[in-house]
Ligand binder design. Structure first.
Ligand code: GLU
Length: 293
């Protein structure tokens, strides 16, 4: 009999080193670690530092220190997105060559003005699940000649996925398998709700969406465990996985930890970090209890 090799269950925690880790990160990292341990699988740490303008080595060092203090141990070396730009660019270029991605030249100000003008008539402009207005159709509708002319002029641009063309190319409804704290089971993906998402910007070679699906596939991630705030983004991830022929992981979107005011914790809002609790003398076990583990 031929033995079919089974992939070891592989989990990852993927923070961005653009701030200090807070209690929500402690929950996410610990859940990944605990689930990997229980499944006899692997626990990976990935540093999502594609946005070099906001990420620093000091924040990265802080992540390592906080996770080690929590008692977590991860495989080395860690993957850093900034070291894999060529892979993201290669994927982007295959999508451009297939006519699924187009150069987007509108500035933030121009987009704002178009949305305001569109809403002046009283009809709300369509928005994505995060509340951001969908990108206007102008750039998608340009002729090839016009696109070439603008590209050759050196005008700054991003690359956006033509969501209707991408959905049509896949040609069948996409789903994912979910075991988290919100809806569970077979979830129907709705990538069109996001509009023409950015895959690459002039100042960041790859977007979160593009890098995350490539990284998960390259690292052999079988279980994506992350916060419920990314539940709906999974629709875009499933679409990109399908377009790029990447395997489909299982998903588990866990509860979020809210601040005293009911807001989602955020690095940028200066919410109490793991390091601060540590300085106040809390033990790792006490911190785990605090976040309901
Ligand atoms: N880097 C993302 C964050 O810090 C997490 C990405 C993911 O888990 O898919 O929110």
């Amino acid at each position: 009999m031929i033995a079919i090799p089974r992939q070891k269950p592989t989990f990852r925690f993927a923070p961005s080193p653009n701030g200090t880790l807070h209690l929500g990160h402690a929950l996410s990292a610990s859940l990944n670690f605990d689930m990997a341990l229980e499944a006899g699988g692997r626990f990976l740490l990935r540093i999502e530092d594609i946005d070099q303008a906001r990420c620093t080595p000091e924040f990265e060092a802080g992540i390592f220190a906080d996770l080690a203090w929590l008692g977590l141990d991860w495989e080395k070396p860690v993957r850093r997105q900034s070291e894999h730009v060529a892979e993201y660019q290669a994927a982007l270029h295959t999508l451009i060559a297939r006519g699924l991605v187009y150069p987007a030249f509108l500035t933030r100000g121009e987009v704002k003005a178009k949305v305001a003008a569109g809403e002046a008539g009283g009809k709300p402009w369509p928005r994505d699940p995060d509340g951001t207005p969908l990108y206007p159709p102008d750039d998608r509708e340009r002729s090839d000649t016009e696109r070439r002319r603008l590209l050759e002029s050196g005008l700054k641009h991003a690359w956006r996925l033509d969501i209707s063309a991408a959905v049509a190319t896949v040609g069948q409804p996409l789903h994912w398998r979910e075991s988290g704290d919100g809806d569970r089971g077979e979830i129907l993906a709705d990538p069109a709700a996001w509009g023409d998402v950015v895959l690459s910007r002039s100042d960041a070679p790859s977007s979160y969406h593009l890098s995350v699906v490539i990284d998960d596939a390259s690292q052999g991630v079988t279980h994506v465990v992350r916060g419920l705030d990314l539940f709906r983004a999974t629709s875009i991830h499933r679409l990109l996985q399908s377009l790029l022929g990447l395997p489909e992981p299982l998903y588990h979107h866990h509860r979020l930890i809210l601040g005293d005011d009911g807001r989602k914790l955020s690095k940028s809002l200066g919410d109490t970090g793991i390091a601060e609790w540590r300085r106040r003398g809390l033990s790792p076990a006490e911190l785990r209890r605090r976040i309901g583990l």
